[in-house]
Design a binder for this molecule. Structure first.
Ligand code: HEM
Length: 416
């Protein structure tokens, strides 16, 4: 039975097969019928699909909480339904407490810190393309492992396990909760990898190195040393945020550029266009499609009678295609400017990794476009992740290109 006090009621489930078939069309239909509505899926939640209400909700962290306490859940509070995952800091913390942690994270993700990572990003990007360039064919999803290996190396976790971290976090957000992949990730991989993370945190306390975990264990909160639990909660979020998102952005851009070869040619001829192109790819592909909040008091929000405890889905992807905010929103214009997309979210929780994400996406696209300029994709064999509710992307992107020569003498050693 639908709840008559929550109106309008919409037929919508961002985890359904119907939605996964075409998320853009699914959100367009929602914007055209009810920009804001209540769905009975997953125990019931409000869904915000227009730019203005997404913007207003994300900026009001007093009314829309990101915490597990408000959501009354043991799972990750910022997704619907909450997925089993360790508590994440600072994404599941509200102000004022939030600021103490975000201040620390900002120091390792600020533009100046990301500048120091350029050499590492460069080395991995070259090595990954090297690893397939002589063959003339590959699955593009292997090359776009770059963001994952960079994140794992930067944090100070064992680099040889980068693919296990990426796979387990991807499965928890992109595989259906009743699938074997999801269960294996939650029951086997994540516990094993968590043990490795706890151990690394203890090791760095004993013997610091030049990595993020060593930096984090040396921090203070309110004048006391940060705890291992707090460090773990930050590191686990950085793994989750750093591994899949940029890969999704680059893979979707590559698939689109395979069909739009005249735009690909423009980017090859003038790499200076990549800055704005990446912003446009962020807008139209929105790697993180939608995240959740919990209402903290009864309120009428943009005409919706919300009650304390109600769950709310903020669709960054739908806001990014709102015709009231963007001219010709479904046209991909690599020169579009200004481009006030919300692919990185908005408000206090706006993505801490945006500078790193942009750097990795640009570098990867440039390397592939330069060294595999004539690549083609076997569209018939292209495979999407089954669930497109939170993280969109591809499981398999078979590609062919004219073989070329390696740049590094020992690229396998770099990748591990
Ligand atoms: C294209 C790449 C990326 C996209 C589209 C993306 C998207 C997002 C979005 C939408 C949020 C907002 C969460 C919210 O409002 O609840 C967010 C937060 C966050 N992201 Fe990213 N992200 C990307 C790359 C990265 C990278 C590379 C890292 C780190 C290595 C990262 C770390 C984080 C962190 C730590 C937060 C939480 C910030 C906070 O709560 O203060 N992200 N991201």
């Amino acid at each position: 039975m639908s709840d008559p006090t929550r109106c309008p009621v919409v037929h919508f489930d961002h985890h359904s097969a119907e939605h996964a078939d075409d998320p853009v069309a699914s959100y367009r239909a929602l914007r055209q019928s009810h920009k804001r509505g209540w769905t009975e899926a997953h125990g019931g939640y409000w869904v915000l699909s227009d730019y203005q209400s997404v913007f207003d909700a994300a900026r009001d962290d007093d009314l829309f909480s990101s915490t597990r306490e408000a959501a009354d859940t043991d799972g990750l509070a910022i997704v619907i339904p909450p997925t089993p995952m360790y508590h994440h800091i600072p994404i599941e913390v509200d102000p004022p407490e939030f600021r103490k942690y975000r201040k620390i994270v900002n120091q390792i993700t600020a533009p100046s810190a990301v500048k120091r990572m350029e050499e590492m990003v460069e080395r991995y990007t070259t090595a990954f393309v090297d690893s397939v360039i002589e063959k003339g064919e590959c699955d593009f999803t292997t090359i776009i492992g770059v963001p994952a290996i960079v994140t794992i190396d930067w944090l100070g976790l064992p680099v040889e396990d980068w693919n296990r971290y990426a796979g387990a976090h991807r499965a928890t957000l992109a595989d259906p909760q009743d699938s074997p992949e999801f269960r294996h990730a939650v029951e086997v991989e994540l516990p094993a990898l968590s043990e490795q993370m706890w151990q690394t945190i203890r090791d760095r306390r004993a013997e610091p190195r030049d990595d993020v975990i060593s930096f984090l264990v040396a921090q203070e909160i309110d004048g006391r040393p940060i705890t291992d639990e707090e460090v773990f909660a930050i590191v686990d979020l950085l793994v989750s945020g750093g591994t899949g998102t940029t890969a999704s952005l680059v893979s979707q851009a590559l698939v689109w550029l395979a069909r739009n070869t005249e735009v690909r040619r423009e980017l090859i001829d003038d790499p200076g266009l990549l800055d704005r192109a990446v912003e446009e790819f962020l807008r139209v592909f929105s790697p993180t499609q939608a995240l959740a909040r919990t209402v903290t008091r009864d309120v009428d929000f943009h005409g919706c009678p919300m009650k304390a405890g109600d769950r709310v889905l903020l669709s960054w992807a739908s806001a990014n295609r709102d015709e009231e905010q963007f001219d010709a929103p479904d046209t991909i214009d690599i020169r579009r400017w200004p481009n006030r997309h919300v692919a990185f979210g908005i408000g206090v929780h706006r993505c801490a990794g945006s500078h790193l994400g942009r750097l990795m996406a640009k570098r990867l696209l440039q390397e592939i476009l330069t060294r595999m300029p004539d690549y083609t994709i076997d569209f018939a064999a292209l495979e999407r992740f089954p669930d497109q509710g939170t993280n969109v992307g591809f499981r398999r992107i078979p590609a062919r290109f004219t073989p070329g020569g390696r740049v590094l003498a020992e690229s396998e050693a770099v990748i591990g």
